[in-house]
Design a protein around this ligand. Structure first.
Ligand code: IMP
Length: 179
């Protein structure tokens, strides 16, 4: 049985989420925004972030293929669930749990920019900069982290451990992690 090692505590996450929300609210200055949460991992971050924002906001979701049950990127990104509403003329903020190689976010930005939003920005809770394969701009970033496999606060290890209130580190090859 392996318990994840705490990398970012619950208190630190909550403090940073409030800081990010204050910065975002200040930048949009009351303009309505469409928040696009990237499923599944961003659902908890988006829930907390959106409750601290002050401007009018609507919430949409997209689901994209990730690594499946494994932990290495195939590089291929597939849209499993698209937005239900048009983003034409809207200010769009894409909310991601983690930017690893950057391929997913890069692909999403290319796709969404073809739909003529008024603006398109990105917010990610954590980023593994040393793993980046493409240059992708994160406008609002929670934390830079090293190249480790993280779980909790929406992030999974083989679909497990998403509900942990903190961000922890597991050995991705450990099949008993979290048991
Ligand atoms: P990308 O490599 O930036 O395209 O990230 C693709 C996806 O991989 C992310 O949205 C996550 O779902 C997943 N991922 C990458 N690193 C981790 C991790 O450390 N823990 C959990 N999921 C991860």
């Amino acid at each position: 049985m392996t318990t994840p090692r705490i990398l970012i505590s619950e208190a630190d996450i909550q403090r940073r989420v409030r800081e990010l929300a204050a910065e975002i609210s200040n930048d949009y200055a009351g303009e309505p925004v469409t928040l696009v949460g990237v499923l599944k991992g961003a659902f908890i971050f988006l829930a907390d972030l959106s409750r601290h924002l002050t401007m009018p906001r609507s919430i949409e979701f997209m689901a994209v293929s990730s690594y499946g049950m494994g932990t290495t990127s195939s590089g291929a990104v597939r849209v499993l669930m698209d937005l239900r509403r048009s983003i034409e003329g809207r200010h769009v903020l894409v909310v991601e749990d983690i930017v690893d190689t950057g391929l997913t976010l890069h692909y999403l930005l290319e796709l969404l920019s073809t739909r003529d939003p008024a603006s398109l920005k990105t917010c990610a809770l954590v980023r593994k900069k040393e793993r980046h394969e493409v240059d992708v701009k994160v406008d609002y970033l929670g934390f830079d982290i090293p190249n480790v496999w993280v779980v909790g606060y929406g992030l999974d290890h083989a679909e497990d451990l998403r509900a942990l209130p903190y961000i922890g580190v597991v050995d991705p090859d450990d099949e008993t992690a979290g048991e």
